[in-house]
Design a protein around this ligand. Structure first.
Ligand code: G3H
Ligand code: 13P
Ligand code: ZN
Length: 307
C-alpha cells in the first residue's frame, strides 16, 4: 500500500496500549530486514532516516526503496525524517515523499523551538505530512549537540508547546540517550515525568528516542566475532514495555540494529574467509536485523498483529 502519515497509525496505538517501532536504516539490507519482518508479523512500522543517512545514500534513493517495497505490503508503513534540524531539512524530506518529519529544535531557546516547529507544521500539514517535535534534552550526543546531563521534559511546558504548535507527536526526555552506552550505573527512567505529560496531553502520541535495549545476546554475538563494545547497555525492556502501554506510541531504535547487522556480517566473514559474495554476508546482517525487529514487535512494543 501507499505510505501513511503518523496520524493513521498513532490514533490506534494511543488507544490500543502498544507502540510502533521506528527503526533507522541507511541501506537496502537493513530496510528489507525491517519491512519484511513488519509484514510477517502484521505490525505497523515506521522506518526513518537521519540527515546523515540522507547524505550517505541520497534522499531519492532512500524514498524510492521504501516506496517500492511498501507498495507490495499490507501493513501501514510510515517514512520519517529523524532529527531534522532546520526548516530546510524538513522541507527537503516533505518534498521528497517522506510522510512524517521530526523537527528537533530542542537545543534552541523555548520560544525559538516553538517558532521553528510551527513553521514546519504549517508547511508539512499543507501536504498531508505529520510532524514530531522534541522538548527537553537527552544526555549524550544528539547529532552535534552534546549534553552532560538530561534536561527532563517539563510537563506544563509540554502542554503549552503542543497547544501553540499544533504538532502531531512529541518526543520527551525522561532519561534515555542515544547510542550503545546509555547508563553509567543503574538505568533510571523518569516514568513519573511521562505520567505527568500524559495527564496534561491525553490525546498526544509521545515519542521515546534513544530507546535501544542493547540486548546482551546480540552484543555477545558481535563480540564473539571481534567487535569491541565493552560495557554497552540500554534501556531495560520491562520499562520500555511499560512505557508502550502508556502514551509512548513511537519508540526509536537505531543502535540495536547497527549491532545486529554488524554481528551477522562479522560472523559470516569470520566463518567464511573465502567468500567474497556481497549478497551472502549482507544477507547474514539482514537476518540478524530481522530477528531483532521481530523480538521488539512481539515482546517489547506489542505491535505484532495490530495492523
Ligand atoms: O538519533 C540519531 C540516530 O541514531 C541516527 O544516527 O546520524 O549516525 O545516522 P546517524
Ligand atoms: P538508539 O541509539 O537508542 O537506538 O536511539 C535511536 C534514536 O533515537 C534515533 O532517533
Ligand atoms: Zn533520536
Amino acid at each position: 500500500m501507499e505510505l501513511c502519515n503518523s496520524k493513521q497509525v498513532f490514533d490506534k496505538a494511543l488507544n490500543g496500549g502498544y507502540a510502533i517501532g521506528a527503526f533507522n536504516f541507511v541501506n537496502m539490507e537493513v530496510l528489507k530486514g525491517i519491512l519484511s519482518t513488519a509484514e510477517a508479523n502484521k505490525s505497523p512500522v515506521i522506518v526513518q532516516c537521519s540527515t546523515g543517512a540522507i547524505k550517505y545514500a541520497g534522499i531519492d534513493t532512500l524514498v524510492a526503496m521504501v516506496k517500492s517495497i511498501a507498495k507490495d505490503m499490507s501493513v501501514p508503513v510510515v517514512l520519517n525524517l529523524d532529527h531534522g534540524k532546520t526548516f530546510e531539512d524538513c522541507k527537503m524530506a516533505v518534498d521528497a515523499g517522506f510522510t512524517n518529519v521530526m523537527i528537533d529544535a530542542s537545543s534552541l531557546p523555548y520560544e525559538e523551538n516553538i517558532a521553528l516547529t510551527k513553521k514546519v507544521v504549517e508547511y508539512a500539514h499543507a501536504k498531508n505530512v505529520t510532524v514530531e517535535a522534541e522538548l527537553g534534552v537527552l544526555a549524550g550526543v544528539e547529532e552535534d549537540v552534546v549534553a552532560a546531563t538530561n534536561i527532563y521534559t517539563d510537563p506544563d511546558q509540554a502542554k503549552d508547546f503542543v497547544d501553540r504548535t499544533n504538532v502531531d507527536s512529541l518526543a520527551i526526555a525522561i532519561g534515555t540517550s542515544h547510542g550503545t552506552h546509555k547508563f553509567k550505573g543503574e538505568a533510571k527512567l523518569r516514568l513519573d515525568v511521562l505520567a505527568e505529560v500524559e495527564k496534561r496531553l491525553p490525546n498526544t502520541p509521545l515519542v521515546l528516542h534513544g530507546a535501544s535495549s542493547i540486548p546482551k545476546s546480540i552484543v555477545e554475538e558481535a563480540e564473539k566475532y571481534g567487535a569491541t563494545l565493552g560495557g554497552a547497555n540500554g534501556v531495560p525492556e520491562d520499562t520500555l514495555s511499560e512505557a508502550c502501554k502508556h502514551h509512548i506510541c513511537k519508540v526509536n531504535v537505531d543502535s540495536d540494529l547497527k549491532i545486529a547487522f554488524t554481528a551477522g556480517l562479522r560472523r559470516h566473514l569470520t566463518l567464511n574467509p573465502d567468500n567474497v559474495d556481497i549478497r551472502k554476508y549482507n544477507s547474514e546482517g539482514m537476518k540478524e536485523v530481522s530477528n531483532a525487529v521481530e523480538y521488539k514487535m512481539q515482546q517489547v512494543f506489542h505491535s505484532a498483529n495490530r495492523a
